[in-house]
Design a protein around this ligand. Sequence first.
Ligand code: NDP
Length: 477
Amino acid sequence: MTMDALRFYVGGEWIDPLGRETMPIMDPATEERIGTVALGSAADVDRAAQAARLAFETFGRWPKADRLALLRRIRDLTAERREDLAQAMSREMGAPITMAREVQAEAGVGHADGFIEALEAQQERWTLSNGDTLLREPIGPAGLICPWNWPINQIALKVLPALATGCPAILKPSEHTPLSAAIYAEILHEAGVPAGAFALVHGTGPGVGDAIARHPGLAMVSFTGSTRAGVSVSKSAADSVKRVTLELGGKSPNLVFADCGADLETRVRASVAECFLNTGQSCDAPTRLIAERACYDAVVEIARTAAEETEVGDPRAEGDHIGPLFDRLQWDRVQTRIEQGIEEGARLVAGGPGRPEGLNRGWFARPTVFTDVRNDMSIARQEIFGPVLSILPARDEAEAIAIANDTPYGLAAYVQTGDPARAERVAARLRAGAVHVNGGGLGWGTPFGGYKASGNGREGGAMGLEDYQEVKSLHFG
Ligand code: NDP
């Protein structure tokens, strides 16, 4: 597998960037350079946008059957290259190989299944009872900006609906994870995406990302990343009146009730594992565990033990351990947050600053649990993006809901309860785009997205397609 990403994919071929800027690709487990990525510029974006505009003339009118056939080929080729994708993500962002294969790479196949089913079911022309006819049409060339934490998951959630609806796509993956993105471009090429209907341009946020957001020839921009960068993308997109869809940060609450009874240990252990999955680098991670007073002490003890038993290790090794954080900057950010938690008076019961014992290089962090956390502390308010769990006590259900909703974010929420009526009642009160009850996971094709500062729009399945479509009304005389 090549470790360099020095060419861009534009107009159906691999071409040289217009400039000469590059950046090292680093292995977070060894801190060693494993390759080089070329960084593009606004001129590279413009070249891709021109190819996209040309491609839209024909690709924008492809019949649904052809788009479905294309998606099916992409799905099958993604399944064939699952191992290559997993190995690339393991090297470039430190995802442990078993998880990289079964969760990270698998998302590329699963999302394709979800979009195929949604496109099959979608009506692109229908008549209202008043006699008017409605058409769904592709919005036009779309810019897609992705982060480094779930590289193929996020690329698939944007590229697939764009192609499914006839929108040429220009992808800027995170420059820290260019290798998996380049393999995905190879998959699209082999699947027969027409020239110009997909472009891969590597580069930084302020360089290539901002140029995508501003480009007058692009009809929309879909962004996943921090709320800070999402706000910047929205402002840059405003002058050209682009549609902007945003999937941003989260500080998701996990409400644990004493009525879990005998299941409490299983539910809390699973909650800790979910929080630490992908080394805590997930926008919807359940990072605020809000425990009812009646089970608080038991929850703290189970969480402490679960964190201490969480293994941290080499991403190349098979197993269910967690890997390193994705780079030095992220490691420094997580250390700062842990130190802030200690300074603000939260009780540290597992982990803490520094690397786990025996790991002297690589951006490994200690699985950390704070208890007696107040919801106004920075560790309860800021997205940490590391293996750090905050546990907060709540008197009763009403206080647990109030604490859960007291956040600028609203991406996901989690409820652990033995009472189905309580699960429904609490879920109805939580201001979040998804509520997971007793470990329920997201199915392929289900919409994913946030309330409040967690963004707007929904990715995945039918609603994910609609983000890339316009609706035209036909009024016949
Ligand atoms: P960013 O939001 O800065 O980066 C995400 C993507 O957006 C990258 O491709 C980035 O490029 C690009 N980008 C950044 N600024 C702009 C801009 N002004 N215009 C267009 N594109 C831009 O996240 P970071 O990697 O800096 O991580 C910071 C924090 O953000 C994390 O600690 C975490 O809390 C949160 N985050 C949330 C994610 C989520 O899934 N919701 C994903 C990633 C991070 P570049 O890498 O060059 O900055």
